[in-house]
Design a protein around this ligand. Structure first.
Ligand SMILES: Cc1ncc(COP(=O)(O)O)c(C=O)c1O
Length: 419
């Protein structure tokens, strides 16, 4: 993969901006932007309701986009793929749905236990905290071993007969740690519980196959993997989604409605109430107009053409360079696993005595975008004993020379621009 060649696809990078804030959101390639334009110019109609050819084409394409995402993550069928706004909404869907009495055998009951880890993003922390308070459940929090690895002994100790659900991130957005989800799934299932994986930082960056991982639910955001804002996905095992209650109620998610009650549409539509962002969904999953053969490229098409092994290899090379370079700079401490094989390319670091926001602003002055702060993981920051860190997160279009430039600027900031 040649990142320099890819850069032509990303209009925003043409100015020479060094964009290293990809864990927050990525840039979008022209091909995906073109899909949005093409949809609105040639196919714009509402789905699942319009009896005209335009509406049918839009419906078919939106359904194909679900199938494209299903293929990308190895789901058995598009019935297991719910399009939502983002990872946060997907995680909240599971929390709300499992707590509705109608979920029958799946419903969470007072006294049940939900296990999360200390490295969760607020999106996979706060919904469970709130739910446990409201529904009388117990929240168990698994800690870390040295260098930011998940403590599997603690996980094992926290699994018990009342454990119903384990919620675990695949990749930490702060530490970069890649969690051993296959082991977590085995342990969770041996305890008779379900596993929900927050894959917001893994699906964009490495091959992810839901069946190989053995998870029951998996959530991720399209905007972190080249697709438009407002796109997110919940994967759920079909037999589980089948038995779960809807999340939102309204149009498009019903089969029948009478004065005395309603029944729900088939999967995944039961979980997609109201008019969705059709164009953005197609720009995530891709679709072909079956009448004309015209292809509307989705973000998953773009990534699949590169190959997710290649994406991971490219990120891993930049990660090694980043971690090695930062470690050589005095006063800089890199958080997370020291072995790059155990981690992804979100690299957080602190500069002794310096406010992370000041460091980020000084980098910005040099045309380098990074993130600073608690990265929506305050409980983790508290356990690590830091107020915040600076985070650099490269992606497919970043080059070794950009990382070199970033390291040079950090070195200069540490040596000359902060006391
Ligand atoms: C690990 C992780 N989970 C969840 C989220 C939330 O994603 P979104 O804001 O797209 O819902 C993020 C965002 O940074 C994340 O990094």
């Amino acid at each position: 993969m040649n990142p320099n060649a890819l850069r032509n696809d990303f209009p925003l990078l043409a100015s020479g901006l060094v964009y290293l804030d990809n864990a927050a959101t990525t840039q979008r390639p022209r091909q995906v932007l073109q899909t949005l334009t093409t949809f609105y110019e040639r196919y714009n109609a509402n789905i699942h309701r319009s009896p005209h050819a335009l509406g049918e084409a839009a419906t078919q394409m939106y359904e194909q986009a679900h199938a494209g995402v299903a293929r990308f993550i190895g789901a058995s069928s598009s019935r297991e793929i719910v399009f939502l706004r983002n990872t946060t909404e997907a995680l909240n869907l599971v929390a709300v749905s499992l707590c509705r009495g109608e979920s029958g055998p799946l419903a969470l009951r007072p006294g049940d236990e939900v296990v999360i880890t200390i490295m969760e993003h607020h999106s996979n922390f706060v919904p469970w905290q709130a739910l446990c308070r409201e529904a009388g459940l117990h929240l168990r929090i698994v800690g870390l071993r040295e260098h930011g690895a998940l403590d599997l002994d603690q996980l094992s100790a926290n699994l018990g007969p009342r454990t119903r659900l384990v919620c675990c991130t695949h990749v930490s957005n702060v530490l970069g740690t890649i969690n051993p989800v296959i082991d977590v799934a085995r342990m969770t299932h041996e305890a008779g519980a379900l596993l929900l994986v927050d894959a917001a930082q893994s699906v964009p960056s490495m091959p992810v196959n839901v069946r190989s991982l053995g998870c029951d639910f998996l959530a991720f955001s399209g905007h972190k993997m080249l697709a438009p804002f407002g796109t997110g996905v919940l994967y759920g095992r079909e037999d589980l989604l089948q038995r779960m209650s809807p999340f939102l109620f309204g149009g498009d998610m019903i089969q029948t409605v009478t004065e005395s009650g309603s029944t729900w549409s088939s999967l995944p539509w039961k979980f997609e109430a109201g008019t969705p962002d059709v164009a953005a969904g197609i720009a995530l999953g891709g679709a072909t107009d079956t009448r004309t053969g015209q292809r509307l490229v989705g973000a998953v098409d773009y990534l699949a053409a590169l190959g997710m092994d290649t994406v991971r290899a490219h990120e891993a090379a930049l990660l090694e360079q980043l971690v090695k370079g930062l470690r050589e700079i005095p006063r800089v401490t890199v958080t997370g696993p020291s072995d790059c094989a155990q981690r992804a390319a979100a690299v957080s670091f602190s500069v002794d005595g310096a406010d992370p926001f000041v460091v980020a602003r000084l980098l910005d002055d040099e045309g380098i975008c990074v993130r600073a702060g608690g990265h929506c993981a305050y409980p983790l920051a508290a356990r690590l004993g830091v107020d915040g860190t600076v985070r650099a997160s490269p992606y497919i279009y970043n080059t070794a020379s950009e990382v070199e430039r970033f390291l040079g600027v950090v070195k200069d900031i540490v040596a000359h621009r902060i006391v």
